[in-house]
Design a protein around this ligand. Sequence first.
Ligand code: NAD
Ligand code: UD1
Length: 309
Amino acid sequence: MSDAPILITGGAGFIGSHLVDALLAQGHAVRVLDNLSTGKRSNLPLDNPRLTLLEGDVADAALVARAMQGCRAVAHLAAVASVQASVDDPVATHQSNFVGTLNVCEAMRTQGVKRVLFASSAAVYGNNGEGAAIDEDTAKAPLTPYAVDKLASEQYLDFYRRQHGLEPAVFRFFNIFGPRQDPSSPYSGVISIFTERAQAGLPITVFGDGEQTRDFVYVGDLVHVLLQALELPTLAVGPVNVGLSRATSLNQLLALIRQVTGSLPEVSYGAARAGDIKHSRANNLRLLERFAFAEPTPMAEGLARLLGR
Ligand code: NAD
Ligand code: UD1
């Protein structure tokens, strides 16, 4: 095994820290670049000598170049993950969500690093799914600055592939959930917010009628795919949806949380969020073709793990 580290931008965050754990468990050296805006030191096993944390911003090109030195591959996960945050402050989120990607591409080009995993999003499809399973060729309709930046990042990665021989593995994550997804902000992922509030007995607000659907994936199932993408000798070109092709409405999610916790606090329904997608469900045939994907973790089991039951 090469001793050259794998760089994980956003490695102190929810998904990133699970990838860090899995890579360290396999004996790899890992370098994390994170500005700790939503990520936390406590998500990382900092006493592991094979792990280094560089605290800083992916919008800082010189720092990204320094972080890239001597690495053998990159997982570029750093971004403001909240769609709503991008609607509220497009200029600030663009620095992280787009300029950061460009800086990663440039640092890879100048330092001859080839393999990069990229955390794109189902948000690039906007409402084009209309409830049907969305495949990767579905027309793109980015409805928010977040989605525009993810789509533009994908296109830049493809430019660097064609022009400079980068090997991007672009994944369009659907809705990932599990332990360490930070529930503390209203911008956080819905499952982390609902489960935390359910445990604390605090009221829950649903934006809209609760009939919007998402394709929820347990974080451990995603990490299995990311590990393979780092090691495969060759990667087929083109983005890959990471979803289970299963739609769960927020109302169904609340019923599941009630089932796992035994009770539910007061639930109220407010206005839908601007730019919110109604239905999002993956066609995941490409994922199943290209990667080994074992039976996914059932939602109730993922929720139970998240709730520590
Ligand atoms: P997260 O907020 O827990 O992780 C993002 C990490 O990036 C955090 O540690 C944060 O501190 C760091 N970060 C943010 N801006 C940065 C910057 N400018 N410089 C350096 N570090 C920065 O969120 P997550 O859910 O783990 O998301 C990881 C990636 O996956 C993101 O790119 C997100 O857009 C993408 N994604 C997530 C989901 C999901 O359902 N969670 C779905 C689709 C795509
Ligand atoms: C999520 C991810 C985004 C990713 C996308 C891919 C987060 C924070 N967002 O966006 O990074 O690209 O999936 O599909 O991880 N809601 C409520 N009440 C709440 C919070 C949310 O009703 O308190 C609703 C929202 O309006 C939305 C649904 O729950 O309809 C899901 O919201 P959220 O978890 O923020 O995810 P997405 O917007 O789908």
